[in-house]
Design a protein around this ligand. Sequence first.
Ligand code: PLP
Length: 406
Amino acid sequence: MAKVNEYFKKLPGSYLFADIAKKTAAYAAEHPDAKLIKMGIGDVTRPLAPAVIEAMHKAVDDMSKVETFHGYGPEQGYDFLRQAIVDHDYKARGVDLDIDEVFVSDGAKSDTGNIGDILSVDNKVAVCDPVYPVYVDTNVMAGRAGEYDPKTQRWSNIYYMPTTAENNFNPDLPTEPVDVIYLCSPNNPTGTTLDREQLTKWVNYANEHDAIIMFDAAYECFIQDPDQPHSIFEIPGAKTCAIEFRSFSKKAGFTGARCGYTVIPKDLVRDGQSLNAMWLRRQTTKFNGASYIIERGAEAVYTPEGNKQIEETLDYYRHNARVIKEGLESVGFDVYGAVSSPYIWCKTPNGMGSWDFFDLLLRQANIITTPGAGFGPSGEGYIRITAFGDADATEEAVERIKKMQF
Ligand code: PLP
């Protein structure tokens, strides 16, 4: 008899955004005239940059002719894109990478989820709490998480690092040995960042303990402070202990086009094995490369025109984030993130539970947010609001919240 992966049975029932969709649909059915404003899911809304569209059109034309047609591409990505990444995202910030250290993919969700393929089931994993759920759930699927306790909402074999206003969103180093540490900066969901000193603390820890840092920089394009590192490889020593994940999704609106990349330095060795060589083996076995058309589009992000256009779109979202932050602060909310992030992490009023505040905002202001508790127990007492929406709708939402009574 075929047996299924038993660890899937351990996963708690439904996914956060499915619960939100269910509650929202029920409310909309009861109130068909309600003008709902969506500020929940972190999806972008602005179109791709004209330079990207033009490059994609040209790539489609390439596919129409025998001489320029592209079939299977390199599993690690085309050199034209890997070179652009190395030059613009790293060399320009003082980090030297070899293009063989860059693996292009269909996005950071796949890579952060799949990276566990090259790790032993015996690793102790540490995550921030609250956390992007993919890190936890994929470790559950791989059998690394132990048992789930519905009371504490925690897995027995995962080490949780509370990341809250109380510790200034700067988690403490683990007090017991851990092997794999997921860090995300700018953070989803809190919108906060780790600075150079804080990242150095983690790099030193990982090197001292032979641990690996999984550094998710999907939102690095939102960093405003020029001194803030965009890559963990700007920290001395990171090449021997870190893997970095990046995405074109938020940077250039590729959530529907799908493109991202992962950097695994050749100096990263554990158990005598090169993680770079293992990931290459994994990708060439299980992945057939991102599409030529999409990779040409991603390459155009790095042209002067493309860069200018994506920055205009990012400014649109940055403006929304500012409007939300300032609006909420003006009526007394404690608000975090929003500066180097499209996410606003807002403390609920009067100690209200995050699902209760979600319901209140839905019913009184017709605004859909994301309850912080959905990202982990330490997210309780917060909600996440995204700045990826329409600018007028964002202003309208803030006005509606300002009129609410708490
Ligand atoms: N990492 C984080 C922290 C995210 O919030 C997201 C998407 O919301 C991703 C990765 C996924 O990015 P991609 O669209 O490249 O799969």
